[in-house]
Design a protein around this ligand. Structure first.
Ligand SMILES: [Zn+2]
Length: 113
C-alpha cells in the first residue's frame, strides 16, 4: 500500500483523503468503511478485504467511482441526518458502526472521521 492510494484527485484538481478507506495491517487488506457497513458484497466489504496490490490504485479509484459505493456513502450519511442526531449522538453511532465493522472483519480499526 502506498501513500498515493490514500488520496483521491478530484476532476477540479483538488486532492482529498479517502476517509472511507480502512487498512488492516494484520490482514494486509483494505476495506471500504461505508460498503462494509451496508455489506454490498464486493472485495472492499468482504471480511478478507481487498489485497490485490497489482494495479491497486486504479482498482481503489474504480471502487470509489462505483454507483453502489456512492449510494452507500449517501445512505450512511442520510441515516445520520434522518434521525436528527446532533454531534454527540453521531459520535455514538460512529462508534457503534466501528464495532460493527470490527465484528464483520475481525480487525482493529484506526481512527477515521
Ligand atoms: Zn465503498
Amino acid at each position: 500500500m502506498t501513500t498515493k492510494m490514500l488520496y483521491s484527485r478530484w476532476t477540479n484538481g483538488e486532492i482529498h483523503p479517502r476517509k472511507w478507506l480502512l487498512y488492516s495491517a494484520s490482514k494486509g487488506s483494505v476495506y471500504c468503511y461505508y460498503c462494509s457497513l451496508l455489506n454490498i458484497g464486493d472485495k472492499f466489504s468482504h471480511p478478507d478485504g481487498f489485497s490485490s496490490w497489482k494495479k491497486a490504485h486504479s482498482k481503489i479509484s474504480a471502487h470509489e467511482q462505483r454507483e453502489v459505493h456512492r449510494n452507500c456513502v449517501l445512505e450512511a450519511r442520510d441515516r445520520g441526518t434522518e434521525a436528527g442526531r446532533v454531534d454527540r449522538a453521531m459520535e455514538s453511532q460512529r462508534m457503534e458502526n466501528k464495532k460493527l465493522v470490527q465484528s464483520r472483519t475481525g480487525i482493529s480499526l484506526g481512527v477515521w472521521k
